[in-house]
Design a protein. Sequence first.
Length: 538
Amino acid sequence: MSDTILSIRDLSLALPRGADRHYAVENVTYDVARGEVMCVVGESGSGKSMAANAVMGLLPKGVRATGGEILFDGQDLLTFSEDRHRHLRGRRIGMIFQEPMTALNPLMRAGDQIAEVFEAHGVLTPKERQAKALALLEEVGIPQPEKAIRAYPFELSGGQRQRVMIAMALALEPELLIADEPTTALDVTTQAQILELIRDLQQRHHMAVMFITHDFGVVAEIANRVCVMREGQVVELGSANDVLDTPKHAYTRALINAIPSNAVPPTRAEREPAPLLEVRQLHKVFRSRGGLFKPAREVVALHDVSFTLDRGETVGIVGESGSGKSTLGRCVVRLERPDSGELRLDGIDFTVLKGDALRRERKRVQMVFQDPYASLNPRTRVGMAIAQGPMANSVPREQALKQAEDLLELVGLGAKTAERFPHEFSGGQRQRIGIARALALNPELIVADEAVSALDVSIQAQILELLEDLKQKLSLSLLFITHDLRVAAQICDRIIVMQHGRIVEQGTAEEVFLSPREVYTRQLLDAIPGRAHEPAMA
């Protein structure tokens, strides 16, 4: 590491009138040196991403700088016009966004989007741009880059889309790379690959990297220095070793302690077998017809899947994207219908039910989705969103709304929140609303599909605690779908590991976590960020 390339000095960013606080960022100061990785850590709303947006000249409408400086190579970016910012973006400062599917143009091929970076800055000929795009896809490790260059974003996996974003950010070889939560919603194995890729590229290109995250496991893997932010202010700043080994601020310690432990999973009380859900030889194939330039495809999502779930038990379904775990969950709640096999709930075969019979039995199984904002109607007040299920099952409107208020109290939000809209809540609060809605029909079984994967680690811990508490209070059974074995071990009695639509391993949480039999299970464990560093972090 040598001299400073980015220096943020006493930066304050005012929020619009009516916001929950006056400043998104208040008197924030930190530096990023050439050739280092500076991790900026904090929960949602801490201001970490807002400061990065200010560096890029991409502040949201209504947010304005009211003080301080952002010095990039000695020049104050706050004084730059939009044209000067546009010239700087991509050329000297690159950015990787959190969600590539929303950052990429769905109507443009991957290669054209990378080539567009060169076109926007008036460099290279069209033929050279395509050649450079292909070379970049090779550099970021996309398999079959000559095929990927012609693919649209929806034809790529989440990890591949993120690699395309990295290729775009690196196109003009910037001196500073800003990575805004680039691994948050990825599988642990894909996350490990992206972290390794960013670290490798940073060292090869000798870039400065500002890496924004809420996860200290990621910090342990990649950081040279760490800046911890809370509610718009810097609360701790230092080397990665100092902050991880001897955190000074209580908030930093709380974030570190919220990371799911790699220690022995808690011992679960043994219970008499009392099967509630029996899955037998479940098989599901997705087929596409193809078209003029696209061959027909068949993807086996589930192959001969069999397991049981007892009353009062929590079973974890663990695997990467494409393992079939979410398809399994959707089959259990009959959002998908399997091609063959049996799915018995308390002895009743769910796969053959139709019409009123399906509607009657379906109340017993409800789902908590990964993205509560996408699953809630933004124009419907949350009380009515919760009440709609009971109302559709002949519960009078007033009674259903009163029940919704009671459920909001139960999940820790309060009855008065029933009158608010989804956008007025944080991510963790919206997930609590999703849980309340799932409970509205008094189910016996809850299917939680990646219900905590996109949440801050502290909020994640709260939701896991809430699910465990509700399970005990309401005598629920839980099918918990996740890509993180460490999270599954915190809440599950048994764990089932899936790969390519098949069950490859199952056992108690302790057996699977501490003495996995399969190579794939060990790979999932080894890919957990910070696993090798946990003794120091503790």
